[in-house]
Design a binder for this molecule. Structure first.
Ligand SMILES: [Zn+2]
Length: 236
């Protein structure tokens, strides 16, 4: 049982926080966007209604179970096209409800635009939303202090490294500063992307630094934690 707490970050950004994961409600002048739905269904529509009367669209950063708990309340779900198969496999929605998006798609919320950045690696169709006017990135699970779960179905190390490299370039290019992740501390500085890249390098080059966890994957293999700076990654 997860208790849902509403958090106001200011600047038209709210979270529905369930402790281990959070969903975001991002307000524009004409529309609001719900970014994920948390792990456990709750009365999302009235929680949203207490914040805004604006029409709300649902976007999913990806289809892991801790992000799709409340999708049953929505008839229309926006998600990157590479995530559709996985989302269908979760059996919580109909294909007719899903609107597949491509890299670069823009949600126009009215005086706030959110651009889809395809971030394959954590899952094939993971996607972050960039608010370039305010230099913010809603990162899903791609950037966070973590530990980022990089074991199990859908994960791809080399894609994830490529994605992190691209996001670090965007950060250095000042396309965003602050990151709003779905797990752990929020918001965080986008510079921690570098720590995640270093964690991935540890996995490849210095596995002796790994820390054993009590967790096992589906095949009974031990999960290890790799840490650098502020970030961690769980990996086999
Ligand atoms: Zn997650």
């Amino acid at each position: 049982m997860f208790k849902t707490e509403t958090v106001n970050y200011g600047g038209g950004i709210y979270a529905f926080d369930q402790g281990m994961v959070r969903a975001f409600l991002i307000l524009g002048k004409e529309r609001a966007l719900l970014f994920d739905t948390g792990i456990e269904p709750f009365d999302l529509k009235s929680a949203i209604g207490e914040i805004t009367p604006l029409p709300v669209i649902l976007y999913l950063s990806h289809s892991d179970i801790d992000h799709i708990g409340g999708i049953g309340e929505f008839d229309t779900i926006y998600v990157h096209e590479a995530e559709v198969k996985r989302l269908m496999a979760a059996e919580k929605t109909e294909k007719s409800n899903i609107i597949p998006l491509k890299e670069g798609f823009e949600f126009d919320l009215g005086e706030r635009r959110l651009e889809l950045i395809h971030c394959p690696g954590h899952t094939p169709g993971s996607g972050a939303l960039l608010d370039s006017k305010n230099k913010l990135l809603f990162s899903g699970d791609t950037i966070s202090y973590g530990p980022v779960y990089m074991f199990g179905e859908g994960r791809d190390d080399s894609e994830y490294l490529r994605t992190l490299g691209r996001l670090l370039d965007m950060y250095k290019d000042e396309q965003f500063e602050k990151v709003y992740p779905c797990h752990n501390t929020c918001p965080i500085d986008g510079g921690v992307t570098e720590d995640l890249i270093k964690c991935m390098e540890e996995i490849r080059e210095r596995p002796e630094n790994r820390i054993k966890t009590p967790m096992k994957d589906n095949e009974g293999r031990t999960v290890f934690e790799y840490r650098k700076g502020k970030c961690g990654i769980y990996h086999i």
